[in-house]
Structures are given as structure tokens and as C-alpha cells.
Write a protein that binds this ligand. Sequence first.
Ligand SMILES: [Zn+2]
Length: 550
Amino acid sequence: MTSFLRNQPWHPTTLLWVLALWLSTAGNLPLWLAVWQLPETQGLKALTTLGSLMLILLSMVCGLLLLLVWPKWLKTVGLVFMAMAAASSYFMLAYRVVIDPSMIANVVQTDVREVRDLLSWSMLGALFLGLVLPGMWWWRQPVQQLPVKALLLRQLGLLVLAWALVFVFVWASFQDLASLMRNHTQLRYMANPFNSVYAVTRLFVRQASKVVKPLWPIGEDAKLLAMPASALEAPLIVLVVGETVRAANFGLSGYARQTTPALQKLKAQGDLVYFSNVSSCGTSTQTSLPCMFSHLGKTAFENTDQPYEGLLDVLQRAGLAVLWMDNQSGCKGICNRVAKWETQALKVPELCQDGECLDEIMLQELPKRLALLDPLKRAKGTVVVMHQMGSHGPAYYKRSPQAIKQFMPECQSSALQNCPAEQIVNAYDNSVLYADHFVAQTVQWLEAQTRPTALMYVSDHGESLGEKGLYLHGMPYRLAPREQTHVPMLAWLSKPMQQQRGWRMACVQGQAEKPWSHDNLFHTMLDLSQVSTALAKPALNIFAACAPGR
Ligand SMILES: [Zn+2]
């Protein structure tokens, strides 16, 4: 304490303990609040549980810092750890997310638009209290210059001591803690800075091994089942990848509010089928998108670090023209070898503002972009993917134009927890209304074409709108609530398409309530595009039961 008063230089190891104390107390506020509120920790029990967890964490943080922090790096590494703890604490408190590798991947892959959406006064306040204030104090502390050898011995000795203490504390409270950690797995993802250190390391190792391994081609036998007799018979298929739309708020799934009036009308005409029981592969764009376009399916996809080509490569190899249109933060690698078009730099006054466009920009641009594709390939057929901005949060109110909005008032803040629940839902539902408008407009455009056309729509993952205190998405899958994994999916088939394939809509309608998932997209799209390959698994193809002759 004398160092506070007399401004004498700190012994580096003492300053390191101060950092550890800060990180394991203030730097873990969300964790301690969560433990305090657990049903099984009440009264005295809460105090003893908190006490033993804090001692364990303090010793673990010391153990980590003693390993990483040497006098030369002390100040810088200290700031980095403070920044990680402040940022992850803010997101854990504000949105109840936890920090795991896929959450870090989201952070790494974010863009200016997403960061701008997240900025709020409460975030700046949290950074001020958690980083700027303690960081300034930290940076200004004088540190003693000591002989390297003495310091090394002392730090190694303390390292052994810190981990011995971890062992003793864990041993002493093992029974309580083991069941606590088993019953509340989310706590493991809440311990700063270990959650971030683990997630960053894990992500880095995985990405590095993917970079080292060459891309594995798939579907090298892919070919078209039938060659169109003329350009008039070449199919045009649009796959709309929805963003952050959950089935719970999708009018077609029976939501109390009619958020999909235009699609409802199309369904009543008999050419549209809504699939009501569809699960996503992941709980974020980063995890779902590559998985949806993979031939592997969720389980195998998650367990491999071998990079494979995806659906679009197979379609292109079979001879089709393939186009990726992106109104979001990119295709996460799956469109790398096909034609792509992005909206980020566009300045179309009626649809774009502040570097962000409404999804209709893709429909407006579609005819022009189709005309630019290779005519020889187009004569065989075309597949277009439209990657929507959809209901991307937390600024839901930005995701629908004024003319579409029906549910008012809307939450106009990115700090969702400061808004009344119904205003968050209003803003979100308006974004679903806009998705309904966009998809229905696209169907109408396709219907006006004389060739066989079809549209598939599926959302990449769902969203939490405050249920159980959770916001946004990206929870580890096994902890994620259904709101984050139950997604809307639909198929619309034009009359010429139904005739060409010999599909009866009554049969397709018969598939509507079966439990499907993103695993089915690859195989269903192959069939819809009439591509044959040994990779195709009829059991996973939604339309398989409706093939003529069955
Ligand atoms: Zn997404």
C-alpha cells in the first residue's frame, strides 16, 4: 500500500498481483453476478461458493500472468487483459452472450457497419470504467528495475505456488463446484480472461490447420441430369439466405402477429411450402453459413479441420452459372470460386444509406448481374444466392424502411436491455415484415420469367429477444435456446418448374412438418438444380419423396 502513497516504484511481481486482483474481481463482474443469482447458491452458500471460486480464479489468473508477463511486457500485456475483460464483460452483461471460439470468430470477421450498430453510451461507459480509468492508473505506475536472474527465480517460484493454490482450493471445494459446473456449463465460458484466451487459441489453431491443408475438391463427377433443349427451359433458381430470422416470429409458422402477409398470400395460391420444423447448423452466421453449403452435415462439419469445396463449387462444376449476391458481411469463403457481387460500396440513394443498403438492392440489380454471367452456362441453368442483411441486430430498427413498418413504437437503441421488451419485438417484427416483402417481390419477379424458376429461403440462425435475459445469438449450440436454432425455411416452385420436374405440390406440402435442418440444404439444392453426383444423398433431399414414379 505504501506505493500508493509515497509513489515508490513497484516491485514488478507485486504490480502483477494487483493486476490479477483486478481481473479476478472487477474484471469478472458478470461471472460473480451469475453465480450469485444461481438457484442453488443462496445465503451463506452463495458466499462460500463465491469465495472459493474467487480464490481459485485469483490463483489461476496469477498463474497465467506469471507465465506471460515479464517486466518488459508488464504494462502492455496488462492493458490487453484489461481490454479483453472489459469488452467481454460488457457483452456478457448487456446481451448475456458468453465467450467461445465462434463468438471470437464473429468478432474477428465483423465489419464497420456491425461495430457501428453495437456502439452505445452504455458501451462507452463500460469501456471507460473497465479500461480507460484503471488503464491510466496502470500505465503511470513506476516499476523497479531488478536483476533478471533474481526476478526469474521469484516469478517461477510464485508460479508453482499459484498453481499449488489452485489445486488446494479446487480440492477443498470439489464436490460443490463439480456439480455447479456440470449444471451451469455457461459459467465456464464466462471466466475472464480464460474464456477469451482459450477461444482465441482454439480459433487460431483451427484456422492455422485449415490454412495449411489444401482445399479438398468435392463432387468431381457432378453433371447435369438433363440438358435443357433451349434457353427457355434452362432453370433459374434463387436461394435466399435469410439473416437472424427466427421461426418464432415468422407469420407462416403461426406467430400471433402476421409478419409474413405477402408470403401467406403466395402460400394460399398453392405454389409455396413453408417448412415449420427446421434447425440451424450453428447459432451465428460464422458457424452456420459454411456448414449450410457443406456436403458434410453438422456433425461431420464440426469435427473436421479439412477445408472442402462446397455446394456452389459442385453446381458450377456441373456446368451451371452461379452467382453470389451479398448485402451483408461476406460469404465466409463459400463463394470464393464463383461470380460474386457485393453492395458494400454502393450509393443508390433510394435504397442505400451510410454504407448500408436495404435487401431490395439485390433484386433491383439481379437482371443486370444475370446478363453478365457466361451465356453458355446460363443456357444450362442458373443458381443465384442472395445473402440478406435481414434482421441483423441489435439495430433491428435499421432493417426495415419507413413504408414497411407496422409495429410501433420501435426500440431505437443498440443497448437492447435499455428498451422495453415490446419495443425490441416491434423493431424485430418490422424487419421480418421487410424480409417477407423482399422474398415475395423476388418470387413475383421469378414468376414473371417464362423459364422454370424456383426460390428457396432459409435463415442462417435465430435470435434471442430478451427471453431468459438473453439477447442476440451465438450461444454455444448445446446451451442455445430454441429461439436461436429454430429457423424458417420455405420453397416456392413456379408452374413451369413443377411441370418440368413432375412434382405435385400436394406431395411437397406433405414434407412441410417433417424435422429438417441445414443438413438438408446441400442435397435438396442439388436435386432442385438437377445435378447428379455420388455425393447426393436422397435420404437428405426434401424433394426426394416427390420424384415422379414414387
Ligand atoms: Zn447470421
